[in-house]
Design a protein around this ligand. Sequence first.
Ligand code: AMP
Length: 284
Amino acid sequence: MIELGDLGSWREYADATRAGGRVVGLVPTMGALHEGHVSLVRAARERGDVVLLTIFVNPRQFNDAADLAHYPRDLERDREIAERAGVDALVVPTLEEMWPGYPHPVATTVHVAGLGDIFEGVGRPGHFDGVASVVAKLCHVTGPSRAYFGEKDFQQVAVIRQMVSDLAMPVDVVACALVRDADGLALSSRNVRLSPSGRERALSMSRVLAEVSRGAWRVNEARERLRGALRDAGCEVAYADVVEPSTLRGADERDEGEARALLAITVDGVRLIDNGPITLRGGH
Ligand code: AMP
C-alpha cells in the first residue's frame, strides 16, 4: 500500500493507474475503520479495481461541533486495517487542501435538493451539502470508475446517486450491504462512544428491524411498531419511517412489496442510524 501525501501526487497516481488500463475504485471514509469499511474495500477488490481509500473527517458535514470534536481518530490503526484489507493507495488529505481557508465559508457547495433535505437533512441541517461537496471533490481528483458506499447510510447512497446522475459524473455508484456487529448493532465509528446501557438501548434498532423484516406489513402498523419499540427501549427517536427505497418517499397504505425502514435515534448524546428491508402488503 502506498500513501499519497498531497493532492498533486494523489491525482497523478490515479491518472497513471487509468493510463495503465486499470480501473480506479474510490472508497471514501472518515477513518476509525471497521469491518463496514473493509467490506467496501473487499467489494472493490472483487471487481478487480485498484483501490484508493480516502480518510478525511470532513468538517462541512458536521452540524454539531461536539460531534466533530469527539469523532474518533486513529490513523496508525487505520493504516494497518487498510493495508490488511488490500487497499492499494491510502490518501489522507489535509483540511487546507480539501477546503482552503476553512472555517471561512467555501464558495462552492453541491446541494441535492429534496433527497438531501429529508430525514438526516432535517436533524442535521447542511449535512448532505457537506457530503455531496466532499464526494464531488474526491471524485474530481481521483477520477474513479466506481465509488463504493455502504447501505448503512442509506439516504447518503440516494443523495450521491442523484448528484452523479444530475451532474453526469462518469462514476458508477456501488452500494454495499450494511455490516453488523455480532450482537446486531450496525457497525459505526461512533459506537465507541456508547456506554454499556446505551449500547443495549441502541440494539432496539436492529432488533425491531429484524422483526419487521419478517412477514408482510401494513405500512401504518409497521411505523407504529418501529416507533413503539424504540420508545419502549428508552431511545430518543429522531425518525422511524417506511419509505420507497430509491426516492425515499414515505410509503402509503396502497404501497405493496419491497420498502425500506429508516431509523435514527440519539443515545448517550450520540446520533445513530440504522435501516433494513421491509415488505408491505398494502390494503386497509
Ligand atoms: P464513514 O467513515 O462513516 O463516513 O463511512 C464511510 C463509508 O463506509 C460510507 O459509505 C458508509 O456508508 C460505509 N459504512 C460505514 N459503516 C458501515 C457499515 N456498518 N456497513 C456498511 N458500510 C458502512
